[in-house]
Design a binder for this molecule. Structure first.
Ligand SMILES: Nc1nc2c(c(=O)[nH]1)N[C@H]1C(S)=C(S)[C@@H](COP(=O)(O)OP(=O)(O)OC[C@H]3O[C@@H](n4cnc5c(N)ncnc54)[C@H](O)[C@@H]3O)O[C@H]1N2
Ligand code: MOO
Length: 439
């Protein structure tokens, strides 16, 4: 059943937009496969950053800003007190001690938010609260603790120096200063700074709306009973969680059975709210691998073998009237996850304008010998440890099987075993992709 009010008919579903043409895909190697880097770069070349728009500053957390932000204000805005106490002329109290206290009349009071008098006469003081503007000609603040806290007169028993406990106008941020450069990602502390200079909206690239669909007639939603031949749909949750972690606004549609018409209708229905669609399953050689069969009817698609393990069968397309990108991942759960890290996360980062699109890996030495498959970049699951000097080593968790979700959950990194080796000796330096690093 269609999920949205948009009118649909068979005619629309039969229509493959004429504009839907993909750029020339990378040529496969002699083994018929393209490399991981070639495939990722191809996908990145097929998608564009989302258009920026003005967003409330709190909703912009984690998003990429598309303008330089210049402060219209000095911070602090005016000279103000760092202490509750008395605004004084430092010269009047520079020699005050317990033995030689200085007594001065209190001629007024400045609360935070109160206007400061233009002038403090010599030989007088004013009560002042933290954050209140410093009266003209006052050049030091005497905290309550250095006085008898008097109201009409005050006795000062500690000497003061010029500038003491005064926060100077513009000493933190100067008017005209660039506080955030275009292309930066807005962090928690940026939200504090932006609002401190009075900015409530910023131009940012939005969170991509990512629709996640899993395919397979064997799938059942978690929480429901299973018959003996069924399994729970974990992929749609795993990929939805990963997309959320990457910064997307996720719509987890859930699973659809191996029914071509139902899949086509479902994907078509979702186009209205998708900046990116991610499916899992149905891209291999099986008799029921319907994604591969159906998606070309909705736009231009590219199904290819990538020289990686897991994650060899991959699909991509630009579908529907808006040429919405769709990434079609293999169904084995570890394959789907690894493919997400290799291809979908960079695509999401590009849509969001977050650079680098590909998160850089780190180096770690192999803690033990590792076997691999020559001709395929292996993305094995590993655990990284660091010694007291910060040097990292990595050991593998579990086997290479792309069904080993338990092992995947124990891992905290993907270990890149290069395509040109079938064996890695202990102590070899390897690239690893940390999984639990900040977005
Ligand atoms: N004759 C060949 N068979 C297969 C090949 C091949 O080259 N020739 N490639 C294998 C590889 S590698 C992979 S990866 C898989 C990919 O297959 P599909 O993308 O078509 O995925 P499915 O067949 O739908 O499922 C594979 C596997 O994963 C389980 N699965 C699927 N969806 C979910 C889900 N949402 N939650 C949990 N588990 C899921 C499914 O039950 C299967 O066990 O093809 C190989 N075969
Ligand atoms: O290449 Mo498949 O993705 O190993 O399991």
């Amino acid at each position: 059943m269609p999920l949205f009010g948009r009118k649909k008919n068979d005619e629309a579903l039969r229509h493959v937009p004429e504009v839907a043409v993909l750029p020339e895909p990378p040529a496969p190697g002699p083994d018929g496969l393209r490399t991981l880097d070639q495939h990722r770069d191809y996908l990145l070349g097929c998608v564009e950053e989302l258009m920026p728009f003005g967003q409330h500053v709190l909703d912009s957390l984690g998003l990429s800003i598309c303008e330089d932000v210049v402060s219209d204000l000095d911070l602090p805005r005016f000279d103000n007190s760092a202490m509750d106490g008395y605004a004084v002329r430092a010269a009047d109290v520079q020699y005050a001690t317990d033995l030689r206290p200085v007594r001065l009349p209190v001629v007024g009071e400045v609360p935070a938010g109160g206007a400061a008098p233009h002038r403090l006469s010599p030989g007088t003081v004013m009560k002042i609260m933290t954050g209140a503007p410093v009266p003209g000609d006052a050049d030091a603040i005497v905290p309550y603790e250095a006085t008898d806290r008097g109201s009409a007169d005050v006795t000062v028993t500690v000497p003061s120096t010029v500038g003491q406990h005064i926060r100077r106008r513009g000493e933190d941020v100067a008017e005209g200063e660039t506080i955030l450069a275009a292309g930066s990602r807005i962090g928690v502390r940026d939200v504090g700074l932006l609002t401190a200079v009075g900015i409530d909206k910023v131009m940012v690239r939005p969170r991509p709306r990512v629709v996640v669909i899993s395919t397979g007639s064997e799938l059942v939603d978690p929480g429901l009973p299973l018959s003996p031949e069924q399994i729970y749909d974990s992929n749609s949750y795993l990929i939805a969680a990963a997309a959320k972690d990457a910064g997307a606004q996720v719509f987890r549609v859930g699973h659809v059975g191996d029914d071509p018409a139902a899949l086509k209708q479902l994907v078509y229905d979702q186009l209205v709210r998708a900046d990116l669609i991610v499916t899992t399953g149905g891209v291999s050689q099986g008799d029921y691998d319907i994604v591969k069969a159906v998606l070309p009817e909705l736009g231009a698609t590219d199904f290819a073998g990538v020289a990686m393990q897991p994650g060899k069968p991959q699909g991509f397309g630009l579908i529907g009237e808006d040429r919405t990108p769709i990434v079609m991942l293999p169904g084995n759960p570890v394959s789907a996850f690894v493919s997400f890290e290799a291809f979908v996360r960079p695509v999401i980062r590009k849509l969001m304008g977050i650079t680098p699109y590909v998160r850089p890996g780190v180096r770690a030495t192999a803690a033990h010998a590792m076997s691999s498959v020559r001709g395929r970049t292996q993305l094995a699951r590993g655990v990284v440890t660091s010694d007291e000097t910060g040097a990292r080593s990595v050991e593998l968790v579990g086997g290479h099987g792309s069904h080993l979700l338990g092992d995947l959950a124990k891992a905290d990194a993907l270990v890149v075993l290069p395509a040109d080796v079938d064996f890695v000796a202990a102590g070899t330096e390897l690239e690893v992709w940390p999984l639990d690093q900040p977005r």
